[in-house]
Design a binder for this molecule. Structure first.
Ligand SMILES: *Cc1c(COP(=O)(O)O)cnc(C)c1O
Length: 388
């Protein structure tokens, strides 16, 4: 191991850099999770997390990674053999529909090219063809972390409404919550799935389900087996600020502080900051003469950018050079994008100079790896950052 000085740059799209004040909060002694002090913490975080989802309904918190909350969304609302519609937006959408299949659901998987979001027009066609309303849920990954493409959830909602189709809408916001504008109630989402280690600036270990009244009603008759993930006993305990089992107490200390930080900045400002950093990153990529993977101007992700490598160049080699030379981690290409893209995470605890440093490291790494790179890229990003 070579000696490293200064901070590691963790520029993968999750886990993200954890702010010092969150780390300090988590270092406090663990308290009795059945005692009065805990109830205060529980009630506080359960209440204050709601605006981040854009909901006034219950948000269930699990001591689990995001994958657990995927499972919770499905097993609480659906029954064996139910048909669900999923969109192949990328690697995470593919994993979620695989899970649905392994839980005993019938999956209609709409093929995609991993450069576009879920297509509202295709959804309309599928819903109109489903005269008997045999589709019970539509699953969409809001921000596809493998591609840097953000699906247009408001338009997905409109397609469901215009078709008069009663399917539940389940949305994965694991890499968008707290980074990209999101409105659970306004967009009529039934279950929103989220995780702690991306926009919420926490370590991995917590995940979330925001739950609509319609989803709660569905959970009363849904028959997929569930026990640990069952919303009902959790929501019942949560009313008094407690959990039915030992919660991840220290992560909840961190969550309380992270929510204070988001609140202090203001959610609209948080979203604008991410959008601006994403725009600066795209300016750099295009300035280098490289291509952004996302192919639709309306769907660029605010939280990460996937960069397509020119033919004959291996993205993993570039990432290796950047890690060894500059102590910066970038996201790998996942699934069928392995070696073809690298991903720059620009979400969470992040500012202009973190981005400038990140992009400087990427530019030097590309040059050192022999990838044809116009050095004007960094300057193009700085031009974006220079303006407020
Ligand atoms: C990170 C991520 C997941 C997986 O979450 P884990 O916490 O690793 O289980 C799922 N979906 C999306 C969109 C993600 O970004």
């Amino acid at each position: 191991m070579t000696l490293r000085t200064g901070r590691h740059f963790l520029q993968i799209p999750g886990p993200t850099n954890v702010p010092d004040q969150v780390l300090r909060a988590m270092a406090a002694p663990t308290i009795d999770h059945r005692g009065p002090e805990f109830a205060e913490l529980g009630l506080r975080v359960l209440q204050r997390i709601k605006p981040v989802f854009g909901t006034t309904n219950p948000v269930v918190i699990y001591p689990a990674s995001g994958t657990g909350a995927w499972e919770a969304a499905l097993v609480n609302t659906l029954s064996p053999g139910d048909r669900v519609l999923c969109f192949e937006t990328g690697h995470f959408a593919t994993l979620w529909q695989e899970m649905a299949g392994s839980l005993g659901l019938e999956v209609d998987f709409v093929p995609g090219d991993w450069r576009h979001g879920a297509d509202p027009a295709e959804l309309t066609r599928r819903l109109e063809a489903d005269i008997s309303h045999s589709l019970k849920a539509v699953c969409v990954v809001h921000n596809e972390t493998s591609t840097g493409v953000t699906s247009r959830i408001a338009e997905i909602r409109r397609a469901l409404d215009d078709a008069g189709h009663p399917a539940l809408l389940l949305v994965d916001t694991i890499s968008s919550l707290g980074s990209i504008d999101y409105r659970h109630d306004e967009w009529g989402v039934d279950v929103t799935v989220a995780g702690s280690q991306k926009g919420l600036m926490l370590p991995p270990g917590l995940s979330f389900n925001a739950v609509s009244d319609k989803a709660l009603a569905a959970s009363r008759t849904a028959r997929l087996p569930r026990s640990f993930w069952d919303w009902e006993p959790i929501i019942e305990s949560n009313r008094r600020g407690y959990f039915p089992y030992t919660p991840a107490t220290n992560l909840l200390y961190g969550l309380a502080v992270a929510l204070d930080m988001l609140d202090a900045e203001g959610l609209p400002e948080v979203y604008a900051r991410h959008a601006r950093h994403a725009a600066a990153t795209r300016a750099a990529v295009r300035g280098w003469g490289l291509e952004v993977l996302c192919a639709d101007e309306r769907e660029h992700s605010g939280s990460l950018t996937a960069v397509l490598m020119p033919e004959g160049h291996d993205a993993d080699k570039v990432r290796k050079v950047i890690l060894e030379r500059f102590d910066m981690s970038l996201g790998a290409g996942l699934g069928k994008l392995s070696g073809r893209v690298f991903r720059i995470g620009h979400l969470g605890h992040f500012n202009d100079l973190t981005l400038a440093g990140t992009l400087a490291g990427v530019q030097m790494g590309l040059e050192l790896s022999g990838v044809p790179t116009d050095p004007a890229g960094l300057g193009a990003a700085l031009d974006v950052l220079r303006n407020p």
